[in-house]
Design a protein around this ligand. Structure first.
Ligand code: CA
Ligand code: CA
Length: 403
């Protein structure tokens, strides 16, 4: 046996470990160079998600006259829902990389047909329906598929170079009243000055993928957005910065207008300064504040608003027309937990008045939940569909008074 061999092995091993440690140090330094939160407040607190029992479901709270049933179950990890005019309910599942189609053919309020509409699209999350086409987004791409056929037809790639996902890889889509496609691109970090001009923005682009522009900026992650059915104005809910404490910053409802800046990472809510942030050298705080747009309404911190849907149906009482519903995914950075519910935004004459609880009770106690609500959509019969990402259930809320 060569006596030099063990020594050489140790030297190589030591050199390898030093190189690895250096690489990790560089990676950590790179990551935290951009991160602006100076001291981390609010611990990790994630209620355990259990399977829903009949007792759990019976314990859900709704305003008087509303009732709830299960529309579909065993759906894996459903995220966004889009309902077609003819009633088909499309659901994206980024984990399984597909879009499923659910139909309630006999009209009893529960889906009885289920098929895979689009498959093999890893990370598919955003969905929007045009007259003939369905638009889908993955982390860095936007596709169009013919939605009248089986879904298996040609897939046209409209965009292939969205910014990297990082902290927020789930992009969402909407087709505006102007016929253009809106793409929400969340931030790559918790709080930082982004390197890519399209990170932490909403983009606007033609449905052919051309004439792309940053529509609105300073939005950390506005997953849920939509257009008020009476005014055509665009409203969105933004997810505020983590680790700033149990009550800061609030989640925001913003009126989204072209070329506005909504303040992230420097300002929150109605343009309030964020304490505990490392601001860039020479940052002109007051100059920035003068140009930024504050929120219209606020919601408890860390509730994590996901999908937003305006109520466009007619089976709920008339005062719900033009109000919005928001799925609150629920906190992981706050004690006690917040969110885990469906909130209603009351609108009057096109202006938001207040958030109020609509469907609550998914949080059984501060350590236990039986849903992480991610989606809300209005079904063709005017009922509200609510998707739970954690247990793969879609609940259906209908108005039952007088029946
Ligand atoms: Ca049915
Ligand atoms: Ca803001």
């Amino acid at each position: 046996m060569n006596p030099l061999r063990p020594a050489r092995t140790y030297i190589l091993l030591a050199a390898g470990m030093i190189a690895l440690a250096a690489a990790i140090a560089v990676a950590i330094a790179y990551r935290f160079r951009a991160e602006m939160v100076r001291s981390f407040k609010g611990g990790r607190h994630v209620p355990a998600v259990v399977a829903p029992t009949p007792d759990h479901i019976a314990g859900l709270d709704l305003p008087d006259g509303f009732r709830l049933n299960i529309f579909a179950r065993d759906l894996g990890g459903p995220r966004m829902i889009a309902v077609a005019d003819e009633g088909v309910v499309f659901v994206t599942r980024p984990g399984s990389g597909d879009v499923i189609a659910l139909e309630d053919a006999d009209g009893d309020g529960a889906a009885d047909r289920r098929s895979t509409f689009v498959g093999g699209l890893a990370g598919v999350h955003g969905i929007a329906l045009g007259r003939e086409r369905m638009y889908l987004s993955t982390v860095r791409e936007v596709f169009a598929v013919d939605r009248r056929g089986s879904g298996s037809g040609r897939r046209e790639r409209l965009l292939g170079d969205l910014p990297p996902g990082g902290y927020h890889p789930y992009r969402t889509l909407g087709v505006g009243p102007d016929g253009r496609l809106y793409v929400s691109v969340g931030s790559t970090c918790n709080a930082c000055v982004e390197r890519h001009p399209e990170s932490a923005t909403i983009l606007r682009v033609g449905v052919d993928g051309r004439e792309r522009e940053v529509f609105a900026a300073g939005l950390r992650n506005t997953i849920g957005f939509g257009w008020h059915p009476a005014t055509g104005e665009m409203w969105g809910v933004d997810n505020g910065t983590d680790w700033l404490g149990d009550d800061l910053p609030p989640e925001e409802l913003n009126l989204l207008t072209r070329r506005a800046h909504y303040g992230w990472p420097f300002l929150f809510g109605p343009n309030q300064h964020v304490e505990g942030l490392r601001e860039p050298m020479g940052f002109d705080r007051e100059g920035f504040r003068a140009k930024a747009t504050g929120s219209a309404l606020e919601y408890p911190a860390h509730s994590a608003p996901i999908q937003l849907a305006f109520y466009t149906g007619s089976s709920f009482p008339p005062e719900y027309r033009g109000d919005a519903f928001v799925a609150m995914h629920g906190s992981w950075n706050r004690r006690p937990a917040s969110g885990y519910e469906i909130a209603r935004v009351r609108f009057h004459d096109g202006r938001p008045q207040a958030f109020e609880p609509f469907l609550t009770g998914f949080l059984v106690d501060d350590d236990t939940a039986f849903a992480r609500p991610a989606s809300v959509a209005v079904a063709r019969d005017g009922s509200l569909l609510v998707g739970d990402e954690a247990n793969g259930v879609i609940y259906r809320v209908s108005y039952a008074r007088g029946r």
